[in-house]
Design a protein around this ligand. Structure first.
Ligand SMILES: Nc1ncnc2c1ncn2[C@@H]1O[C@H](COP(=O)(O)OP(=O)(O)O)[C@@H](O)[C@H]1O
Ligand SMILES: [Mg+2]
Length: 317
């Protein structure tokens, strides 16, 4: 009997629906349940062949539990090692190599020293940085946001250098990116499951949360949808995420990937709506069942992106 588990935090609708949907298949070789942990011992397997992780970004104890589980053969979705390694700036950089368009972006050192460092820790940095070069590359208005994070926290839209320096002084120890604004005609939030199933949702980030998933929205050209789907797949195959969302802003008919490091994306029925929720539950059920079927006990059952695999095989990306 293969066992699929789900690890989650404060969300209330997706986890139980996922478990129930898998169990509704009434397979005598696969069951799903909510993960239960009562102790974690180094090098010892957990009881799950597949775990969907929806919460370890907020609970470091769970991330370590999942790495230990993966070492012992659990197919953890998403790969906890990769998720510990990447962030939005690297992902943008990777997108440039995968030939997916992204807004021009630069990385900036945190405004305040991280704990236990002094100015001596930063002697490799020029002071000042080449602000002129940075501003002329990015332009204004610009977005200014953390290199890792989500939920629109500490995301600024800035009109000029003065606004930039004021915002920068508020960001403390956060590592931030400055990014070209994409003034868009359309915006899409796309689910990608198993690096092959793509669900494109029209989304208007300018509306209040509960109205953002634009239901019954206007017709979108097939050609544009095809480009978006291709971009979504390229990014997730490159990164190695089996459960992720990608946001695209469209300018002059060209989709730019804005936010694609969302390995525990919002799946709440109240925000995504019934139809999108059904798609997410069904696609993640198909993925989890297929991972359980192909699971080989005691082996590395994680997904790695082509970026990592290209190093392992010493191939071009
Ligand atoms: N470069 C950009 N151009 C236009 N809009 C942007 C850009 N970056 C962010 N935004 C807007 O800000 C919102 C939040 O930024 P995002 O990168 O998605 O951060 P988070 O991960 O916190 O959701 C996006 O949904 C989008 O509406
Ligand atoms: Mg976002």
């Amino acid at each position: 009997m293969k066992k699929i588990g789900i690890l989650f935090g404060q969300e209330n609708t997706f986890p139980q629906a996922f478990v129930d949907r898998i169990n509704s298949h009434k397979r005598n070789d696969i069951i799903a349940e909510i993960v239960k942990i009562n102790k974690v011992i180094q090098g010892e397997p957990c009881e799950y062949d597949v775990i969907i992780d929806r919460i370890s970004q907020d609970v470091p104890f769970y991330r370590s539990y999942l790495k230990n589980a993966a070492l012992n053969g659990t197919a953890v979705i998403n790969n906890p090692f990769w998720w510990s390694a990447d962030e939005k700036f690297f992902n943008n950089a990777l997108a440039t190599k995968l030939k997916v368009k992204v807004p021009k972006t630069v990385l900036l050192p945190s405004n305040q020293h991280p704990p236990d460092t002094t100015s001596n820790s930063f002697r490799n940095l020029s002071y000042p940085l080449d602000w002129e070069g940075i501003f002329s590359y990015i332009g204004f208005p610009a977005y200014f946001k953390p290199f890792s994070g989500g939920g629109w926290k500490n995301v600024y839209r800035l009109n000029n250098e003065d606004e930039f320096f004021k915002a920068y002084s508020e960001t403390g120890q956060l590592v931030m990116m400055l990014q070209e604004e994409i003034i868009f005609t359309e915006y899409f939030r796309c689910y990608c499951i198993d690096r092959k199933e793509v669900h494109i949702m029209q989304y208007d980030p300018r509306l209040p949360h509960h109205l953002r998933y634009v239901r019954g929205a206007m017709e979108v050209e097939k050609k544009l949808l095809k480009k978006i789907k291709e971009g979504v797949l390229k990014l997730n195959i490159g990164l190695g995420y089996d459960f992720n969302t990608v946001e695209f802003a469209v300018r002059d008919g060209v989709p730019y990937a804005i936010d694609f490091c969302n390995p525990a994306p919002d799946a709440d029925v109240k925000s995504v709506g019934e139809d999108n929720f059904e798609w997410i539950v069904n696609a993640s059920t198909r993925m989890a069942i297929s991972k359980a079927e192909s699971h080989i006990p005691g082996k590395n059952n994680l997904t790695w992106g082509t970026f990592v695999n290209s190093f392992v095989k010493n191939e071009n990306l």
